[in-house]
Design a protein around this ligand. Structure first.
Ligand code: 26V
Length: 755
């Protein structure tokens, strides 16, 4: 192994002789170049069948550590760096994290790329190269401010390539540029992530934070992920982005097929496309169009494309079940309209149900309905989610195509979420279990044997303490905040959305603050930690962030409360921040309204790192509970059937709960108390207060009292330290199922059939 690093070592010594000094920046550049070269020389796994995973997001995170893990070089490289007088964190800090995703959907795509390569399957990713990605979040006056995220720097994992594709649009043609990144698997074979950019993009049109001319498509197309779509220009820009992505994908797929001399009439025997949510749906239409241009009849093209495409659904919320007005599509992609019309007519012959229409009575085009009618597979991302799709949300489709529906419970790559972010725990488990759990997740079950071994329990808890210390030092440096490392760490990190109910956690904080002021002191200090970005145009989500930041300020200034309760909101939460906070956390907050969280994947990352879940019976929490048993998880709240019935009967009235409980009323009213209004914006706080009482679409008040009781029980149980340590151990032991290697094996077995 050391031999492999010899070139790099020589290079470092040369530079040191030449300049008498080596900065962390230069050290990173040298290592990065070396690792990139290693990856580029890795063999490609060739086969007669190939997967294309198309996704609007790839939330990659920093790649240096992860690539070294997969090359089997992390330990040696860390040693080398240490010998040169650097801490590994210094080198890691030099890398900018790509800002190409928003949350779970994008991170899942990144975990999948890692597993596909590690399992030596032939599969590439295709997406867009957003110059400013998802915005960078800053806090000012207790509010979120959005800035362009300038993640593209001098050193890059991407290599620019020329392509001869052309994408039609209103004013002529767009010329794509390709950025390729090698994806290395743990056995040294590589795949590729292909991200397309447009040649004419112009970064200089962005001003005042993230404002820009939404109509200048050739200049703005690849500036941002999820540009504000609250107006017509924004929505049309989204359609342009999606079409550009899939047109490039379709051209690449056909080009590669022709290189292989694959017969286009049998393309489905060689190519499988996984459509990640509805953003890439138009690939179906574009492929049909291009196959027709190459001589296939419409019916032939539809059949071939049907056999090539599979669709993953990630949420039942309206925001992801995209519909576009027919008129917008007509304006942006006129070349696809005859195909949409033809499919609409054909599918209306299969089913007369309004719920399955491609074009509805209001002339809206339902993208998911195209995927489900035409694709060969429809999958949900956790058992309960797939059941809800079959039984309620997509039940008319399930009746029509029962064999298309299948479940693929999400997973996470242990190479990043254990080996990469928690080397202490990873090394400990490797030594104890005599096998690497990142390559052999099932070995973790052997930990159960140590459930009554107090030494092992103490070791695991000591590692948790070390990770807390590391995170506290990081936050001190990053946000100048001083936190108690001996507190219990209670963490909720995820996209900000009402259904995820960060606002319910806020009500708990108010409850605890009032208790402490009342001299009811917790047995141990509590750190409540948040990380979340709110979509720019999502007003209530921003109001929730504002309320939390106001509470943070109130508590920090309260000398009586702050020794017992601290609130820390991580600014600009991203993959790197996740890698820091998850290993340091004790409590994993997974408190979505039952039926609304498709799966969640943060829940799995926390579990693997020894945190205990506080959650509703929603998404993959249900499967976590089944694996660890009720004594190793804290569940509360109304179940999904009850929630779905409330929606159906429209009989949930938040105000009744607010008026019926003195306690709840006190907590909610605190949002507009004088002390909150002194540090906050009255308009925002009043709007949130009003929303909770008069709307509360995601039923915060329905579960809040049970939530508080459950969390109190958890905090009490935390004091029985050995029992708590056993719960940590059992969570780690049972987490093997959530390896994305398992998920990918299932996709391959049931849908892709690559091997
Ligand atoms: C999000 C946003 C947010 C910004 C504004 C526009 C926009 C449009 C679409 C989306 C889609 C988000 C979909 C998503 O991330 N779903 C998550 O997928 C995870 C992986 O399957 C799953 O674990 C989570 O439960 C699900 O919420």
């Amino acid at each position: 192994m050391i031999k492999k690093l010899q070139d790099l070592q020589q290079h470092i010594q040369q530079e040191k002789r030449k300049y008498n000094h080596l900065s962390a920046t230069r050290m990173y550049e040298l290592i990065q170049a070396y690792v990139k070269a290693q990856m580029q020389s890795a063999p490609i796994h060739q086969s007669e069948r190939k997967l294309y995973y198309i996704s609007a997001e790839f939330l990659l995170g920093k790649m240096l550590t992860s690539n070294l893990v997969n090359l089997g070089l992390l330990d040696e490289m860390q040693e080398l760096v240490q010998k040169e007088g650097f801490a590994w964190s210094q080198i890691q800090d030099e890398e900018m994290e790509p800002s190409l995703g928003n949350g779970g959907l994008g991170r899942l795509a990144a975990c999948f790329l890692d597993s596909i390569a590690s399992l030596q399957r032939n599969g590439d990713g295709i997406g867009l190269y957003y110059h400013f990605g998802l915005f960078e979040q800053k806090f000012e006056n207790n509010k979120q401010v959005e800035l362009p995220n300038r993640w593209i720097g001098k050193t890059s994992w991407f290599t620019k390539k020329e392509v001869n594709y052309r994408v039609p649009y209103k004013n002529g043609w767009l010329k794509p540029i390709l950025y390729d990144m090698e994806v290395i698997g743990e056995h040294g074979t590589r795949n590729t992530l292909h991200l397309f950019d447009v040649e004419s993009v112009d970064e200089s049109i962005v001003h005042d934070g993230i404002q820009f001319d939404k109509t200048a498509i050739e200049k703005n197309l690849t500036l941002f992920l999820y540009p504000d779509d609250s107006d017509e220009a924004g929505r049309k820009l989204r359609i342009y982005q999606q079409y550009f992505m899939v047109s490039c994908a379709a051209q690449m797929i056909l080009e590669e097929a022709l290189q292989h001399q694959w017969d286009l009439r049998h393309l489905h025997e060689h190519v499988i496309i996984q459509i990640n949510d509805t953003h890439p749906t138009m690939v179906i239409l574009e492929l049909i169009r291009l196959l027709q241009k190459r001589g296939l009849l419409l019916a032939e093209a539809i059949e071939v494309v049907s056999g090539m495409c599979a669709y993953t659904n990630h949420t039942i919320l309206a925001e992801a079940l995209e519909t576009w007005p027919y008129a917008y599509l007509q304006d942006v992609v006129p070349q696809l309209m005859n195909i949409i019309e033809a499919l609409d007519v054909m599918m209306k012959e299969r089913s007369k149900k309004a719920s399955t229409a491609i074009i509805d009575a209001n002339r809206n085009v339902h993208m998911a309905n195209i995927d489900i009618h035409i694709g060969k597979s429809v999958n949900g991302v956790a058992a309960i989610h797939t059941d809800i799709l079959k039984q309620s949300e997509l039940k008319d489709f399930y009746a029509l195509y029962p064999t298309k529906f299948n479940n693929k419970t999400n997973g996470i790559t242990f190479r990043r979420w254990l080996s990469g972010c928690n080397t202490q725990l990873h090394h400990y488990l490797c030594d104890l279990l005599k096998k690497d759990p990142s390559s052999h997740p099932e070995i973790l079950k052997e930990l159960v044997k140590y459930a009554h071994d107090e030494t092992v329990i103490a070791d695991i808890m000591a590692i948790k303490q070390e990770k807390k210390m590391e995170w506290i030092a990081h936050m001190k440096k990053k946000q100048q905040i001083t936190l108690n490392p001996y507190a219990v760490f209670d963490t909720q990190v995820k996209r900000l959305h009402e259904y995820k109910r960060q606002q319910m956690n806020a009500l708990y904080i108010i409850h605890k603050l009032l208790q402490i002021r009342d001299n009811e002191l917790p047995p141990r200090p509590i750190n409540i930690i948040f990380g979340a970005k709110a979509a720019c145009a999502y007003t209530i989500a921003k109001d929730i962030i504002h309320a939390l930041l106001c509470l943070q300020e109130l508590i920090a200034k309260d000398e009586k409360v702050s020794p017992y309760l601290q609130l820390c909101f991580i600014e600009n939460y991203n993959v790197s921040e996740a890698e820091f906070i998850i290993p340091a956390s004790d409590i994993s907050e997974q408190i979505s309204l039952a039926s609304k969280e498709a799966s969640g994947t943060g829940n799995m990352k926390f579990m693997l790192n020894g945190a205990v879940t506080l959650g509703t019976n929603d998404g993959a929490n249900v499967e976590i509970a089944a694996l660890v048993g009720q004594e190793n998880i804290y569940t509360f709240g109304k179940d999904s059937d009850t929630v779905i019935a409330h929606y159906a009967n429209q009989d949930y009235v938040a105000k009744d709960i607010y008026e019926g409980s003195e306690h709840v009323k006190t907590l909610v009213d605190f949002l507009i108390s004088d002390e909150m209004l002194r540090v906050g914006d009255p308009v925002s706080l009043t709007r949130l207060h009003h929303e909770l009482i008069h709307k509360d679409w995601f039923m915060t008040l329905l579960d809040v009292e049970e939530y508080i009781v459950c969390k109190e029980k958890m905090l009490q149980d935390y004091e029985k330290q050995t029992d708590w340590g056993r719960k940590m151990l059992m969570n780690i032991a049972m987490s093997g199922f959530f390896s994305s290697d398992r998920t990918i094996q299932e996709y391959d077995r049931d849908i892709w059939k690559l091997s």
